[in-house]
Design a protein around this ligand. Sequence first.
Ligand SMILES: *[C@@H]1O[C@H](CO)[C@@H](O)[C@H](O)[C@H]1NC(C)=O
Ligand SMILES: *[C@@H]1O[C@H](CO)[C@@H](O)[C@H](O)[C@H]1NC(C)=O
Ligand SMILES: *[C@@H]1O[C@H](CO)[C@@H](O)[C@H](O)[C@H]1NC(C)=O
Ligand SMILES: *[C@@H]1O[C@H](CO)[C@@H](O)[C@H](O)[C@H]1NC(C)=O
Ligand SMILES: *[C@@H]1O[C@H](CO)[C@@H](O)[C@H](O)[C@H]1NC(C)=O
Ligand SMILES: *[C@@H]1O[C@H](CO)[C@@H](O)[C@H](O)[C@H]1NC(C)=O
Ligand SMILES: *[C@@H]1O[C@H](CO)[C@@H](O)[C@H](O)[C@H]1NC(C)=O
Ligand SMILES: *[C@@H]1O[C@H](CO)[C@@H](O)[C@H](O)[C@H]1NC(C)=O
Ligand SMILES: *[C@@H]1O[C@H](CO)[C@@H](O)[C@H](O)[C@H]1NC(C)=O
Ligand SMILES: *[C@@H]1O[C@H](CO)[C@@H](O)[C@H](O)[C@H]1NC(C)=O
Ligand SMILES: *[C@@H]1O[C@H](CO)[C@@H](O)[C@H](O)[C@H]1NC(C)=O
Length: 495
Amino acid sequence: MLEKHSSAGGKVQACQCRRRVVTFFSSPKALFLVLWTLVFASVFWWRTSYVDEVGFSLQLPRVRTGPMFRPVAFNLTDFGAVGDGETLNTDAFESAVAEIAKLGERGGGQLDVPAGLWLTAPFNLTSHMTLFLAEGAVILGVEDERYWPLLPPLPSYGYGREHKGPRYGSLIHGQNLKDVVITGHNGTINGQGQTWWTKYQKKLLNHTRGPLLQLMWSRDVVISNITLRDSPFWTLHPYDCKNVTISNLTILAPVSGAPNTDGIDPDSCEDVVIENCYICTGDDGIAIKSGWDQYGIAYKRPSINILIRNVTVRSVVSAGVSIGSEMSGGVSNVTVENLHVWESKRGLRIKTAAGRGGYVRNIFYRNVTLNHVSIGIVIKIDYNEHADEFFDPKAIPTLESIHFNGIHGQNVDIPVRLNGSKEIPVRDVSFRDMSIGLNYKKKKKNIFRCSFVQGRIIGTIFPAPCANLDIYDGWGRLVKRSVLPKKRNIGYSFL
Ligand SMILES: *[C@@H]1O[C@H](CO)[C@@H](O)[C@H](O)[C@H]1NC(C)=O
Ligand SMILES: *[C@@H]1O[C@H](CO)[C@@H](O)[C@H](O)[C@H]1NC(C)=O
Ligand SMILES: *[C@@H]1O[C@H](CO)[C@@H](O)[C@H](O)[C@H]1NC(C)=O
Ligand SMILES: *[C@@H]1O[C@H](CO)[C@@H](O)[C@H](O)[C@H]1NC(C)=O
Ligand SMILES: *[C@@H]1O[C@H](CO)[C@@H](O)[C@H](O)[C@H]1NC(C)=O
Ligand SMILES: *[C@@H]1O[C@H](CO)[C@@H](O)[C@H](O)[C@H]1NC(C)=O
Ligand SMILES: *[C@@H]1O[C@H](CO)[C@@H](O)[C@H](O)[C@H]1NC(C)=O
Ligand SMILES: *[C@@H]1O[C@H](CO)[C@@H](O)[C@H](O)[C@H]1NC(C)=O
Ligand SMILES: *[C@@H]1O[C@H](CO)[C@@H](O)[C@H](O)[C@H]1NC(C)=O
Ligand SMILES: *[C@@H]1O[C@H](CO)[C@@H](O)[C@H](O)[C@H]1NC(C)=O
Ligand SMILES: *[C@@H]1O[C@H](CO)[C@@H](O)[C@H](O)[C@H]1NC(C)=O
């Protein structure tokens, strides 16, 4: 009864209001005033919700200084974190993530990490989350391995990569997530890897080292505008993920003495873009993988649709961009363009072995610059590092459709080594527009060498190709059919 009455009263009030509003709008001056106010308010709202530099926010009661990517943002300090580089902030990170996990249905949440040194043990992310690292923010991984949880081996590897049984998880970890963003104003995630590298080299560890950042079985991931530094093991490892964008990253580790610190390892992933990154680490800059021997064959998830562009790599001990050697689930449709590799051991490398199974096909390299590199391009089929003795030596990988277009450079010792075998031939390789300036101090070595390779050269390239390849002119007409030398394997004493 009472309810009915009040609702009727509300209606009456609304009607009177409307009448007043109508009279108000009939005055042009007032109409202009209202429109102007609306425009001003919307611009103001847009500025505060995107680039909130005026230290004011409509969403939160508390003063904010960073940009907003989610409806709700938290500051790590709200959870009692102390950025002194000594206090362990694992609880703060975990509580913040737990709060954000509650918001999933409503657009998720953002965790702001302000400037400071935020020491933490490994922690997990959640879905619909943005981790934002302000300028000067450094997340530091705790060095004592007792804080690092052990996880089961990756199913496509069977074992931890270095030891049997479980492996250390990553400093920042996530499984089965959706819509994850890690970004910032070039803040840093630092794994303090030195302790791990030393212990690894002294054989003091009983389990495989953990990556810096690993997301497993996740999708719609963006990682941008941050620096990743001194990972204990591989730096950024998306595992069996879909739709991953990696952009504007700086990835650093010492160029030597930092074993296995690959920059980015897309592993059994689909739809990955890696762009505008600078990578200088103690192993491969980028290594595309898809599982190891019989475990990878059984898991059967390829890395497919991978685009790498505008990336600069320095890899003194390994290679700029590698495929393999763990590629047992297959790797296909990879494009690498506008890549610059400098002061490195190798430029582009594909590595595999009997026992891997799988395939590497439809690989396109375009506009690659190699400066001061020992070996420009290498395909190696005897990378005999196996998970265990139970691999099937009859599981032969397929290597085909691999295309090099616009490969330039200078000061390269050995331009090209395509080392297939009778068992693992390399098919449908092509080279177009290549000019690699050689380091003439090492004269004897600087020949383009092949074994068990089939394919073609289009136009003229430098240095002159091996005789295994057909030569076509720029208009697609066959000029010279391949001459297969009787002895196909000519002295490969190096690589
Ligand atoms: C988070 O809190 C710290 C300390 O109170 C402050 O300096 C920083 O500006 C805050 N960050 C944001 C994004 O509001
Ligand atoms: C992170 O999640 C994984 C998988 O759910 C779990 O095994 C691991 O213990 C979690 N790690 C931490 C540090 O909570
Ligand atoms: C980000 O920081 C790294 C490491 O300090 C630096 O090398 C890099 O130039 C910075 N990137 C940008 C875009 O400022
Ligand atoms: C490795 O195992 C040995 C023997 O069980 C043990 O003494 C040592 O503390 C372990 N090391 C680490 C880093 O866990
Ligand atoms: C890929 O992820 C981005 C970022 O989360 C998202 O905006 C986009 O819609 C996703 N694309 C597809 C095809 O799901
Ligand atoms: C990354 O930085 C660039 C350049 O500063 C900026 O245009 C872009 O919006 C930033 N991305 C994010 C997600 O903050
Ligand atoms: C990377 O930076 C460029 C500008 O340098 C910007 O246009 C782009 O949006 C950034 N990418 C991401 C994913 O933030
Ligand atoms: C290429 O990446 C670098 C960072 O490594 C960035 O500064 C530059 O703007 C990018 N160029 C283009 C054309 O996106
Ligand atoms: C190959 O990958 C590119 C992006 O890297 C994608 O645009 C294209 O559709 C893919 N092609 C096939 C046949 O899947
Ligand atoms: C080739 O790649 C380099 C970076 O290595 C870039 O500066 C240049 O603009 C690219 N050329 C073309 C035609 O895209
Ligand atoms: C090249 O391939 C042959 C097998 O055909 C192998 O015996 C040889 O060791 C390989 N050389 C190098 C340096 O990889």
